[in-house]
Ligand binder design. Structure first.
Ligand SMILES: [Zn+2]
Length: 168
């Protein structure tokens, strides 16, 4: 179970709508499965043109280039690492903990894609070195623009399991 204040859910939806058709992303901090802090993070892919994507020298991005545009649209987010570090430091300074990573799906349901699962497993492989708790993965779907859908998942052993979210 993950409890999210309605105000933070509304902020995330506003962030998702602002970046649509690009995906938004961010981090949620809190305590005991209750979110209290929202950190929108810049999606560095949203600001890159097709050409810039080609020049970008990252292993994940070279993989992205091999995907079809549809597949890429589904996974096209990468958090700015400096902002991510800053948010994680703020979470530590506030004596709360990482609760979830979130991103939006602009054209698909609020379910992790195969690539979302791969990225989450990559993160799992070095998470303990960063001394971070296992985050849930939250997806905000704008498939139905008038009624955004927010769902949370645990991603373990290459499988996703939906976790109930409660808005308060
Ligand atoms: Zn996704």
């Amino acid at each position: 179970m993950l409890t999210i204040p309605t105000s933070i859910a509304e902020e995330m939806i506003a962030h998702a709508r602002k970046l649509d058709p690009h995906e938004c992303c961010g981090i949620l901090g809190g305590k005991d499965h209750t979110v209290s802090q929202h950190y929108p993070i810049t999606n560095i892919l949203a600001n890159l043109s097709e050409d810039e994507l080609g020049r970008f020298d990252g292993p994940k991005l070279s993989d992205l280039k091999q995907l079809s545009p549809e597949e890429r649209a589904d996974i096209a987010f990468q958090m700015d690492s400096q902002e991510m570090g800053k948010a994680l430091r703020d979470i530590r300074d506030k004596s709360i903990s990482l609760q979830a990573f979130y991103h939006s799906h602009t054209f698909s349901p609020a379910r992790p894609s195969q690539t979302d699962i791969t990225i989450a497993m990559e993160f799992e492989s070095y998470r303990e070195k960063l001394n971070l708790p296992e985050p849930l993965h939250l997806i905000i779907s704008l498939l139905d623009k008038s009624s955004p859908d927010i769902r949370a998942y645990r991603i373990v052993n290459h499988e996703s399991l939906e976790i109930r979210t409660i808005l308060t």
